[in-house]
Design a protein around this ligand. Structure first.
Ligand SMILES: [Zn+2]
Length: 460
C-alpha cells in the first residue's frame, strides 16, 4: 500500500509525454506506470483525467522580501500565490533589510521562510563588493548561487534602498568570480551597463520625457548586450559558472550562444519580455516598469525564436510584490514608479499557454520551468523532473482560461501588468513532496510547510 496514486493524467517525464500514472510514498515518486501495468493499492487516488501533470516549477528569481517591509505576511501569502501559479520551489533573491550578503542576514531569511513559506525554497546570497570574506560562509550555508549587479539605480552606484545591492565594479566582479569558481558556486548577474543607463536617464529627464517609451530608451538593448559581453569574458577567464538573469534581448542570446561551450553560462528570461511590448509599456505605464525594460515587438518576436530554438535555459518571474502605492507613485512620471513587476501567479500559466500555442513542446516547457533551473542551482538530486526517487512536486494544468485581476493575488502586490488579459491555463492542483498545497486556488497546507533546500555540494 503506497500513499498516493495519480491516475488518468497526461504526464511529462524526462523521456515521455503521455498517459503515465504516478505512485507516491513518503513524499517521493516511487513508481511511474504506463499501459496495462498493474497499479499498487494506495490510500488516496487522485484522478487527473483531462489534466497535464507537469513537474512543479522552480522559480529561480523572486523578491518576496525585497519590495516592502511587510515581509512575513508577504512570504506567507505570496508563497501560496506561488503554488497557485504552479511553482513548487522558489529561489529567493538576496534583497531584504538587510540584504543576504552576510551569513547572519542569510540565516534570518532562512528562518523567516521556514516559518512562513507554503512551498519549498532555496536562497541566493548577495555580492556587494566588500563581502568576499562572507562568501565561503554563504556557500557553506547552502546558497543556491551568488547575485551581483553590474548597474545601480543611483548614479553613485550605491544600492537603491536598504534592501538592495550596490553595483559591482569590474575588479569586484572578477574577484568574486575567482572565489565562486574555487567554491563550486554560480554567479548570477543583473547585466546592464551602469553608465549608459545613467547617461540616458539624465538626458531623457532633462528633456522632460516621463512615459513608457522614455523608460525603454533609458535602458536600451545595447546596455544589456555590452554588460553580458563583458560578463562572458570575465566568466571565461575565471572558469566560473555564470547565470544571466532576466535577459530581454535576442542579440544577448546570440552572444551567449557563441560563448558556449568554452564559457560556462546559463540564461533565463521572464514572461514580461515575451508577452508584452514597448507599446504596452507606454499604455500601462508605471505598472509595466521593470529593468531591463519591456522591448519593441520585433525584439519580443526574436526572443520567442530563441525560446523555440532552445537557446534560453530557464523561465523565471522576477516577482516584485510592490505595494499599489509604490507603483501609483509613477502615475505623474514613470521615473517615480518602483522598478519591477508582480508575476508569481501568472508566469508559468501564461508561459504554458503562450508557449504551447507557439509550438513549444511540453518537454521544453518542463525543461525551462523545472529541470534546467534545478540543474543550474544544484537542486536536481531532489527536484525538477518527474522521476522515481525525486520529490513528488507536481502541477496539474487545465486548459481553463481566466482573466487576470491583480486584486485577487494572494500577496501584497495586488496589481498586474497583465490586468484584464486572458490566460489560457489554470493550475488546478499543486503538490509539494506528495502533499497537495493548493486545490482550486485554496490553501491545503499551513504556512511553514515549505522546506529549505541547500544547494547540493558541487560534484567535481
Ligand atoms: Zn530581480
Amino acid at each position: 500500500m503506497i500513499d498516493t496514486l495519480i491516475v488518468g493524467g497526461t504526464t511529462i517525464t524526462e523521456t515521455a509525454v503521455g498517459p503515465i500514472d504516478i505512485g507516491i510514498e513518503n513524499g517521493r515518486i516511487v513508481e511511474l506506470m504506463t499501459g496495462g501495468a498493474p497499479r499498487p493499492k494506495a490510500r488516496e487516488t487522485i484522478d487527473a483525467t483531462g489534466l497535464v501533470v507537469a513537474p512543479g516549477a522552480i522559480d529561480a528569481h523572486t523578491h518576496f522580501t525585497g519590495a516592502h517591509d511587510f515581509v512575513e505576511e508577504e512570504v506567507r501569502a505570496g508563497t501560496l500565490g506561488a503554488a497557485i501559479g504552479g511553482v513548487t520551489t522558489v529561489i529567493e533573491m538576496p534583497h531584504s533589510a538587510p540584504p543576504a550578503t552576510t551569513l547572519a542576514a542569510f540565516e534570518a531569511k532562512r528562518v523567516l521562510f521556514a516559518a512562513a513559506s507554503s512551498v519549498d525554497f532555496a536562497l541566493w546570497g548577495g555580492l556587494d563588493g566588500e563581502n568576499l570574506a562572507e562568501v565561503p560562509r554563504l556557500v557553506q550555508a547552502g546558497a543556491a548561487a551568488l547575485k551581483g549587479f553590474m548597474c545601480s539605480g543611483k548614479a553613485s552606484g550605491e544600492a537603491g534602498d536598504k534592501r538592495g545591492l550596490p553595483m559591482l565594479d569590474d575588479d569586484d566582479l572578477l574577484e568574486a568570480m575567482r572565489l565562486a569558481q574555487t567554491l563550486g558556486s554560480t554567479i548570477g548577474l543583473h547585466a546592464e551597463n551602469h553608465f549608459i543607463i545613467q547617461g540616458r536617464t539624465a538626458a531623457l529627464r532633462a528633456e522632460g520625457r516621463d512615459g513608457g517609451h522614455a523608460h525603454a530608451a533609458a535602458q536600451p538593448e545595447i546596455a544589456e548586450i555590452e554588460a553580458i559581453a563583458r560578463a562572458l569574458l570575465l566568466a571565461r577567464e575565471t572558469g566560473v559558472a555564470l547565470h544571466i538573469v532576466h535577459m530581454s534581448s535576442s542579440r544577448s542570446a546570440e552572444l551567449i550562444a557563441q560563448a558556449r561551450p568554452s564559457t560556462r553560462v546559463s540564461v533565463e528570461t521572464c514572461p514580461q519580455y515575451l508577452l508584452l511590448d514597448e507599446d504596452d509599456l507606454e499604455r500601462i505605464g508605471p505598472f509595466a516598469r521593470c529593468g531591463p525594460p519591456i522591448r519593441k515587438r520585433a525584439t519580443v518576436e526574436a526572443l520567442w525564436r530563441d525560446v523555440l530554438a532552445g537557446r534560453i535555459d530557464a523561465l523565471s518571474s522576477d516577482h516584485c510584490p510592490y505595494l499599489l502605492e509604490q507603483k501609483n507613485n509613477g502615475n505623474g512620471s514613470i521615473w517615480n514608479a518602483a522598478m519591477g513587476l508582480t508575476g508569481i501567479e501568472t508566469t508559468v500559466p501564461f508561459f504554458y499557454s503562450a508557449a504551447t500555442d507557439r509550438g513549444l513542446s511540453l518537454y521544453r516547457f518542463a525543461a525551462m520551468t523545472a529541470a534546467n533551473p534545478a540543474r543550474i542551482f544544484g537542486l536536481d538530486d531532489r527536484k525538477g523532473t518527474i522521476k522515481v526517487g525525486l520529490d513528488a512536486d507536481l502541477a496539474f494544468y487545465a486548459d481553463r482560461p481566466w482573466i487576470v485581476r491583480g486584486e485577487a493575488f494572494k500577496g501584497r502586490g495586488t496589481w498586474s501588468p497583465y490586468e484584464g488579459m486572458a490566460c489560457g491555463a489554470t493550475v488546478a492542483r499543486t503538490m509539494v513532496r506528495g502533499s497537495t498545497v493548493q486545490l482550486a486556488g485554496e490553501a491545503r497546507v499551513a504556512p511553514g510547510f515549505g522546506r529549505y533546500l541547500p544547494r547540493r555540494a558541487a560534484v567535481a
